[in-house]
Design a binder for this molecule. Structure first.
Ligand code: MSP
Length: 474
């Protein structure tokens, strides 16, 4: 049986359209899933929409639609965007799906109850609708949520609570032993110190009168599951947990949950604690990437620095966007993108770099060689594999661009076009070597820029490049 690789993206709130951050997280998963498949692994990659959030209901009301109709429409838009981005997700989660998601979410709730980890209490707290979570005074800056710049609402209600406080030691143990790895190390330390400070129990339901849109708490229709409790379970419900365990048995535990650093706590404290309580295996690893900023600031409508991925696609194409997000953004830091920089790196590295190299080599090949060059069976080189093992996609891309640079240099030094004038056989030998190098570049590009990789291989097979790859932008 093939080795399996189960990677998940977060499920996104469908209240607004997808932005660069969402494109980034999902692309990260796609590149890893493609890379795993290219090595013969059976990869499963999940993404979708997190629909039972209060802000989703608000957005539906503003759009004059029923929540269900609204989320379905948004989900279709997201799917179209994902197809355009060439994402190879295996399925698409919708948490409002009562057949596929609810049974598993309710079953895990029942397991938490059976384990004595759910209790009811009267509670008053500050709720940030942006984060969809309660905040403590120390989370706030000048009384505002630092992520959303909004004042949280004072909420007083009777809720069910999950005994997260009970799981501090157990979580510390799985993190320290590496049973659940956290990347990068700095985030792992951040979570360990959060645990050392003591974890508080989490409110896990809301009274139904305030949130009719959501999954009913089993045995108490007066309460609706808290949206994070509902959402986290998607990683197993869509594998069939609670209804048909086939995929669940095959793919769980997840090999990797990829999340932004802003939602790491939910994935490395609440989620594994729920799994332990329910007697289920914890994920093998959680990776938290940095945020995409623009001009040093978080992209926001108010600042006016939002770069819409659809606009970048329109101007430069999908493959260029995939390039930008994997090469020009370091995964574990905040990555800055501006329109000026996008144009600059597009021209330098795609139009002049890869595009130009491909057309130069293919032109010589077409004129000097009578038949196409047979490409060898390439393997992923050790350095590139090591970058993948460290999830440093930008470095794996640097590795490829180093090969592009080497091929460029070879042309400059060996001047096959001059050699051709006096010694055709030697010129052919140089060009065959260049074609094989180009074939390797295409091979290595596959997880990142699959269409470009295919175009290069097709050109080599036809011994003719039918269209230039990336045209310079002025
Ligand atoms: N619905 C929850 C996740 C539930 S997972 C069980 C959620 N949704 S979200 O739509 O707000 O954001 C989802 C992801 O997008 C997060 O991983 C977040 O870090 C990422 N990003 C949102 N803005 C981002 C940037 N500007 N840059 C990079 N990623 C960002 O949270």
């Amino acid at each position: 049986m093939n080795e399996k690789f189960y990677v998940t993206a977060p499920i996104y709130y469908p209240n607004a359209d997808l932005h660069m951050g969402h494109a980034y997280t999902t692309l990260f998963c796609d590149v890893l899933a493609r890379h795993a498949r290219l090595q013969g692994k059976e990869a499963y990659f999940l993404v979708g929409t997190d629909e039972h959030a209060s802000k989703v209901v608000k957005a539906a009301i503003a759009a004059g639609m029923e929540p269900q109709e609204f989320v379905n429409k948004q989900a279709e838009k997201f799917k179209t965007f994902f197809t355009e981005m060439e994402f190879t997700n295996s399925d698409f989660v919708q948490t409002s799906n009562q057949e596929r998601h609810w049974p598993g979410a309710q079953l895990i709730w029942e397991k938490l109850v059976a384990n004595g980890d759910i209790y009811k209490k009267k509670y008053s707290g500050l709720y940030c609708i942006g984060c969809e979570s309660f905040k403590t005074e120390k989370d706030l800056v000048d009384g505002l949520c630092p992520d959303h710049n909004t004042k949280p609402e004072l909420v007083e209600e009777e809720n069910y609570f999950f005994r997260l406080s009970k799981y501090g030691n157990k979580l510390k143990e799985i993190i320290e032993s590496g049973a659940m790895k956290i990347f990068p190390e700095t985030r792992k330390n951040e979570i360990l110190s959060l645990i050392a400070d003591g974890l508080e129990d989490v409110s896990f339901s809301r009274p139904t009168k305030d949130s009719r849109w959501g999954i009913p708490v089993p045995g108490d229709p007066g309460q609706t599951m808290y949206v994070w409790c509902d959402a986290l379970t998607n990683y197993i419900t869509y594998l069939g947990y609670g209804r048909d365990d086939g995929l669940f048995k095959k793919f769980w535990p997840a090999d990797l949950h990829i999340v932004g650093k802003d939602i790491l706590r939910f994935h490395t404290a609440i989620w594994p604690a729920m799994l332990i309580s329910a007697g289920l295996p914890v994920p093998k690893a959680v990776l938290a990437h940095g945020m995409i900023t623009s001009g040093g600031k978080k992209m926001s409508k108010t600042i006016g620095n939002i770069i819409d991925p659809k606009e970048v696609i329109k101007e430069y194409g999908v493959e260029a966007l995939r390039y930008l997000l994997t090469r020009e953004v370091a995964p574990f830091e905040d990555g800055d993108l501006t329109l000026e920089r996008i144009k600059e790196v597009y021209n330098a590295n795609l139009a002049n770099g890869l595009g130009n190299l491909t057309s130069r080599i293919m032109k010589m090949s077409e004129s000097y060689l009578e038949t196409p060059v047979d490409l060898p069976n390439y393997e992923f080189p050790a350095g590139y594999q090591e970058d993948f093992a460290n999830y440093e996609l930008n470095k794996a891309m640097d590795f490829i661009w180093q090969k592009i640079g080497e091929a460029d240099l070879l042309i400059t030094e060996k001047k096959p076009f001059s050699v051709w004038k006096t010694d055709q056989e030697s010129a052919r030998v140089i060009v065959i070597d260049l074609i094989k190098r180009l074939g390797e570049i295409a091979f290595l590009l596959q997880p990142f820029m699959p269409t470009t990789a295919d175009k290069i291989v097709s050109a080599i097979k036809a011994n003719k490049l039918s269209e230039a790859l990336f045209l310079r932008k002025e």
